[in-house]
Design a protein around this ligand. Structure first.
Ligand SMILES: [Zn+2]
Length: 200
C-alpha cells in the first residue's frame, strides 16, 4: 500500500478542504465516501456541479443566484416591487424565503463593509442598490443585515447613502428569539430587546 494517496485523490481532497466547514480531515472522509459510492454519489455530484456551474448566474437585477436572469423572484409579478430587502448573501435570501414571511424583492450586497478585511463600498453592490431605490416604485428598503459589527457598520453606511433617495429605510428588530429563555440570552440581546419593546 502506498504511503500517500494518488495525485488525483490528493487533488480532490485539497479542493474539498476549501469548502466552508470542511477541514483537511473531513475533506479526506468526504473524498473517501465519494470514491466508495461512485454511482450513488460521485457521478451525480460531478454532474450536478457541472450543470450548476454552467447554468447558475447572478441575477442582473438583485444579485441572487438562479438559472434564469432576471431570477424567478425578480420575474414574479406577484412579488411586491415597492419593498426591497437588502441582505449580505444569498443564504439570507433562502432563510427569508423558507420563513415565507416576505413578499417583496431582494438586493444581495455580496458581503459587508469591513475595514479589517479591506472591503470598501466599491466591492459591494451598493451603487446598484441606490440606483434601484431611486427607481420609481420603491418605497421601503429593509436592511436585513447581521447583528455584527460589520453588519451594523454596513447598515449605517447604507442608511446614509439612501437618504435623499425618497425611500423609507428600516431595519430588522433585534430581541428575544422565538422559544428563547431570558436567562440564556447575552446582555446585548437583552438590551436590544428592551429597547425594541412594543405594546402588548
Ligand atoms: Zn433577481
Amino acid at each position: 500500500m502506498a504511503a500517500s494517496a494518488s495525485p488525483e485523490i490528493e487533488r480532490l481532497i485539497a479542493l474539498l478542504a476549501k469548502l466552508p466547514g470542511l477541514g483537511p480531515r473531513s475533506a479526506r472522509r468526504a473524498a473517501l465516501a465519494l470514491l466508495k459510492r461512485r454511482e450513488q454519489l460521485l457521478d451525480p455530484l460531478a454532474q450536478a456541479m457541472a450543470e450548476a456551474g454552467r447554468k447558475v448566474r447572478p441575477c442582473s437585477a438583485c444579485g441572487a443566484l438562479d438559472a434564469s436572469d432576471p431570477c424567478a423572484i425578480c420575474a414574479d409579478p406577484h412579488r411586491d416591487g415597492t419593498i426591497l430587502c437588502v441582505i449580505e448573501e444569498v443564504g439570507a435570501l433562502w432563510a427569508l424565503e423558507r420563513a415565507s414571511a416576505f413578499r417583496g424583492r431582494y438586493h444581495v450586497l455580496g458581503g459587508l463593509l469591513s475595514a479589517l478585511d479591506g472591503v470598501g463600498p466599491d466591492s459591494l453592490r451598493i451603487g446598484e442598490l441606490v440606483e434601484r431605490a431611486r427607481a420609481t416604485g420603491v418605497r421601503e428598503v429593509i436592511l436585513a443585515l447581521p447583528a455584527t459589527v460589520d453588519g451594523q457598520t454596513t447598515a449605517h453606511y447604507l442608511a446614509e447613502r439612501l437618504t435623499g433617495a425618497g425611500v423609507e429605510v428600516t431595519m430588522l428588530a433585534r430581541g428575544v428569539p422565538v422559544g428563547g429563555e431570558l436567562d440564556w440570552l447575552d446582555d446585548g440581546t437583552i438590551v436590544q430587546a428592551l429597547r425594541a419593546r412594543r405594546p402588548a
